[in-house]
Design a protein around this ligand. Structure first.
Ligand code: ADP
Length: 492
């Protein structure tokens, strides 16, 4: 099959979170299965050009219809660790992708509307006719609308769309302006509830709803989150829409790429190790402590948090975990970046307050290389999310023998099984600690169970680490599921 991924991220060149990892690793998996896979991305000024090889201008003149005129764009082509990617670069005064950030601009809605339009126009003009276009999150929610309402009449009648939702909280809202810009004329048609009109704000069109209504298949990134979004509160107002389209909606657990996330081959860690020989893990702990100026205390476990500093991630509990770890005579390392200025200020304050503490280090910012060393050097990771569609940090941690302590929501339920209480998995299949409530006591009790095992039953703790390392969260199974979906929709 010929598959084109159209997305706002592709790791490690463009990565703000799990979306980037998934676009890259799923593409690689599909290619390994014999499919032709390409990605179309925005050409951001701030992307990691050092992870792109052979970047060159492939199309000089892509004219994208926009409002009543056209915007001149170039399309660059390059390889992100072997995956072919096309980057769209508009030459307009709006400088949509020259902002020094991927997201967080006041005109994000227009930036990604333009990207979706330009990506389709690129496929159209360059005669690319994939069997499946795989789009991701709100940024590309309007793409299937434009495909099936405009481009299908211009020679793209055989293309099908699989739409993956990585985060229901960010849905993308626009007004009539978006329709005008993209050539989706007839606002009264699109502003109907069975099409794009937001379920709660009658003056807005909802990009994610558009993706759900118009795509041939919709997935979210874990089976449990599919259930939560459909039946619970985590559809953020789209539960009813999902219900209407349940025949084409499912949850598929994200995989990770074990050629990258694997302590046996990881280039960014200080010493490789495996489940057959764990000795390198201690060397990584030492290296991490040295790098972050932490005391090299043999009797202290090291607990970490890696992730966006966002309400989604349970910031009150992350904050509490730092101080509870210190109270339990453990060490804590946090690596996180915030887009919300209040959260940034809060953690910047904590950073300064703890800067001289030999048992805690807060690293504020995005640092891919350091994240590898933390996964390798820590004993445990906490993931106390309020909601978590899939979550990759616990999956990566398992591979590095870093025991996850997670809240039982979303994809965390599908991947972490409580050592002491899980009733659906045999003791030898369990791999971490799970708590459910959002109060401090729930977190504390899970942390204390983990720290207690590490301190008083090291052999059993090591057995738990090994059970986690033995888990297979590669794309083996999930790749089959995406193949099945593509195969199904392309014949419809
Ligand atoms: P989300 O997609 O909600 O951000 P996931 O757990 O699915 O969360 O994916 C997070 C990914 O981003 C992981 O690969 C994690 O290692 C990485 N990551 C998150 N924050 C940082 C950071 N500050 N520095 C480096 N990597 C980070």
């Amino acid at each position: 099959m010929y598959i084109i991924q159209i997305a706002s991220e592709c790791a490690p060149a463009i990565k703000a979170g799990g979306l980037g990892d998934v676009v890259f690793s799923l593409s690689r998996e599909l290619e390994a299965r014999g499919h032709t896979v390409e990605a179309v991305l925005p050409m951001y000024d701030c992307m990691r050009y050092d992870h792109i090889w052979g970047l060159h201008e492939a199309y000089q003149d892509l004219w994208v219809p926009w409002y009543d005129g056209q915007v001149h764009c170039s399309v660059f082509c390059g390889w992100v660790h072997g995956q072919i990617c096309f980057f769209i670069r508009p030459h307009s005064q709006d400088d949509y992708f020259d902002r020094g950030v991927y997201y967080g601009c006041d005109d994000d809605v227009m930036r990604f509307t333009f990207f979706s339009k330009a990506a389709l126009e690129f496929l159209h003009q360059s005669n690319k006719r994939p069997d499946v276009i795989h789009t991701h999150d709100w940024q590309t929610g309007l793409l299937p609308v434009m495909l099936f309402e405009i481009y299908q009449w211009h020679g793209m009648e055989n293309q099908r769309v699989c739409y993956t939702i990585h985060n229901f909280k960010h849905q993308g809202m626009g007004g009539v302006e978006v329709l005008k810009a993209t050539g989706l004329n007839r606002p009264e048609f699109y502003f109907q509830y069975e099409r794009l009109r937001d379920n709660f704000n009658p003056f807005a069109i909802n990009f994610m709803k558009a993706g759900i209504v118009y795509s041939n298949a919709i997935t979210t990134v874990s089976p449990h989150h599919a259930w939560e979004a459909h039946h619970g509160e985590f559809g953020y107002g789209l539960g009813h829409t999902l219900h209407s389209f349940q025949y084409k909606f499912t949850g598929i657990l994200n995989g990770i790429d074990y050629t990258i996330w694997n302590p046996e081959v990881d280039k960014y860690i200080s010493q490789p190790y495996s489940k057959e020989d764990l000795s390198g893990k201690a060397a990584n702990k030492k290296a991490l402590r040295k790098r972050l100026n932490l005391e090299d205390a043999p009797d202290k476990p090291l607990i970490c948090f890696i992730g966006r500093l966002d309400e989604q991630k349970g910031m009150n509990l992350v904050h509490h975990a730092i101080y509870h770890a210190l109270k339990c005579d453990a060490q804590f390392v946090l690596l996180g970046s915030a887009t919300d200025s209040r959260i940034q200020a809060w953690f910047a304050h904590e950073h300064d307050f703890l800067s001289a503490n030999p048992n805690a280090h807060l690293e504020l910012g995005f640092n891919e290389e350091l994240s590898h060393l933390i996964y390798a050097g820590a004993d445990m990771i906490i993931v106390p999310s309020n909601f978590e569609p899939c979550g990759l940090t616990q999956i990566i941690s398992l591979k590095y023998g870093t025991v996850p302590i997670v809240r039982g929501v979303g994809g965390l339920v599908n991947t972490v099984f409580d050592r002491d209480y899980d009733e659906t998995h045999a003791p030898e299949e369990r791999n971490g600690y799970v708590f459910y409530q959002t109060d401090n006591y729930a977190l504390e009790s899970a942390m204390e169970r983990a720290i207690g095992l590490w301190r008083y039953y090291p052999d059993e703790f090591e057995a738990l680490m090994l059970q986690g390392m033995a888990c297979d969260y590669s794309w083996n199974q999930s790749g089959d599921r995406y193949e099945d979906i593509y195969e199904y929709i392309r014949h419809k």
